[in-house]
Design a protein around this ligand. Structure first.
Ligand code: HEC
Length: 253
């Protein structure tokens, strides 16, 4: 009797625990998966968002936070840490920017203006400004993203990129939705002058050619080369936007 009671208390604790912090436990807690899995015979506890488009879901990541893993690092990798620049082999000017620890050598958490990483982006002298041509200078949006991440403490943070909602993927436009993501995370390696894998993602034509490989590669599926790297995935919302654009016909829009 006593042990039954103990067992029930434990079960209740498990249930209460699993409700307290939904998306953090989603990955590891099988109980949560069973409750929300719409493919099981159990009715889902959480009502689906309408209209039900499997691609249109929410980024459980907070919109106010800049995440190192899915936002900052892909940008640095593509614009700074690509081959022949600040990678482990070339180490231009002794600077390696291939991982968080190395990047933090040039960052003063909390203060963009005291951070060499940030200052190099806004240097007025094109000879000192980073990244160097042919990689385009950062856009104001990208510069602001770096500044915000530093101001927020330059954390080695990530969020649950497998969970997305409120991510608008209807009527995706190449110019407005897809190209900015590619410019932030891909074109440092996939540009006209040094098209890695012979892929140029700076133009519509170059992107269209490889469109059918994008989703598999961004989702790190078997049979695809994982992009932007084997250890980094873009945010689920960005992946969904690109995937939706492909599904919608990969239009030059
Ligand atoms: C650090 C450099 C680098 C970055 C950043 C990068 N790529 Fe790549 N990508 C490569 C290289 C190199 C290859 C070719 C690899 C090979 O052929 O072995 C490649 C191959 C690919 C392929 C072909 C994959 C396949 O399985 O056919 C696609 C698609 C692709 N990249 C898309 C992207 C996208 C989209 C991004 C941005 C989210 C991106 N890449 C970011 C270097 C990079």
């Amino acid at each position: 009797m006593k042990s039954t009671l103990k067992g029930m208390t434990f079960l209740m604790l498990v249930i209460v625990g699993s409700w307290s912090c939904e998306h953090e436990v989603a990955k590891v807690n099988p109980l949560y998966a069973v409750v929300t899995d719409t493919t099981t015979t159990n009715p889902p506890v959480v009502p689906p968002i309408t209209p039900v488009d499997p691609i249109t879901v929410v980024n459980a990541c907070s919109a106010d936070t800049v995440y190192f893993a899915s936002q900052l690092f892909p940008l640095i990798l593509s614009s700074c840490a690509m081959a022949k620049c600040h990678d482990n082999i070339t180490k231009a000017e002794g600077v390696v920017l291939t991982d968080y620890a190395n990047i933090m050598r040039y960052v003063s958490a909390g203060s963009p203006t005291n951070s060499k990483l940030y200052r190099s982006l806004i240097d007025n002298d094109p000879g000192n400004r980073m990244p160097r041509l042919p990689v385009a200078p950062f856009t104001q949006t990208q510069i602001d993203l770096v500044a915000k991440w530093i101001r927020q403490g330059a954390k080695n943070n990530s969020c649950n990129t497998s969970s997305v909602t409120n991510c608008d993927t209807l009527k995706m436009s190449f110019v407005t939705n897809v190209s900015p993501i590619l410019k932030s995370s891909c074109t440092g390696c996939h540009n006209a002058t040094s098209p890695s894998g012979n892929i140029n993602l700076t133009t519509y034509a170059g992107t269209k050619v490889i469109a059918s490989r994008l989703s598999g590669s961004l989702n790190h599926l078997a049979g695809y080369i994982a992009m932007p790297s084997s250890t980094i995935k873009l945010s689920a919302c960005d992946i969904n936007k690109i995937t939706a654009w492909v599904h919608q016909g990969a239009l030059n829009n």
